[in-house]
Design a protein around this ligand. Sequence first.
Ligand code: ADP
Ligand code: MG
Length: 321
Amino acid sequence: DVLISQIAAGEVVDRPASVVKELLENSLDAGATEITIRIDGGGIQRICIQDNGKGIPKDELELAVTRHATSKIQSLNELESVMSLGFRGEALASIASVSQFTLSSYPQGQECAYSISNHSGAWQIEPSPASPGTTIDVQSLYFSTPARRKFLKTEQTEFFHCLDVVKRMALANPAVNWLVYRDGKLQSRFQESSWSARVFSILEAMANGASKPIDVQVADMQLHGAIGLPDAARGKGDMQYFYVNGRFVKDKLINHAVRSAYEDVLHGDKFPAFVLFLNLPATEVDVNVHPAKTEVRFRNARAVHQWVRHSIQASLAPSRA
Ligand code: ADP
Ligand code: MG
């Protein structure tokens, strides 16, 4: 049972950045407008995320950190089939099963904050000093699963993966204040701003006219965002952000569509910087292929590819008056 939990955890949270992603998604779900992220020792030593969201009432704390879908799983086969069904309500339980975990929360109207932690081996709830919202403190990640720990890269690399996750979320949520501390020092701060100001603060190369806005809508498909112009916004391999229905994805087909549109029109660089949001009906796309991965599956991949390519071509082409 413990083994199954830890294997499940390995699937959901395979490295510190996956922990950060799950915790940040929860903070956004809770309506947070300010999120502080503290990462020590590449996240292996400590990940602490504080938000000002709606919080969790004392009598729901235990439920929030308890496994649902996998609690009755007996075998690896069963685990696999649950995974393929979209694996939700598992993140906190998974993270807690491979760390020293403390969640403190202070929902509005409650007499004080309470924390729940697993440091003593069992779940323990007690009053705690905390500010409104929720703070989750994850320490000694994978201390109980050294095999998983061996797969991690250097602290530096793991930290930058964590920072990437924050940037992805910050690009999609400009109305939120984000603060990132690395080993106690302020590393990045993204202040609440307009969408374009947020893009330019994270991808400086796209500022000052070095990118072109895109906003296309046909029937129930919408594509909006910005794409870097050649030379000015040279994107290398790490300035491509694509979101499907608000969720960051990495998809070969989509990348190909964007790149070919870009090359068709601008004959530029192989790696345009871009931040693009594709919205389409939920029935057209499965974004829950795997909890820890950034894959999507389109119902009609060819049509999506063509439409994205054409929409970008049209937006980039000099307008014919
Ligand atoms: P899921 O997000 O799929 O429901 P999680 O394990 O990530 O599963 O979280 C379990 C539950 O704990 C959430 O459904 C939510 O009710 C609560 N929760 C987790 N993080 C927060 C947070 N930062 N603020 C408020 N509630 C939270
Ligand atoms: Mg969650």
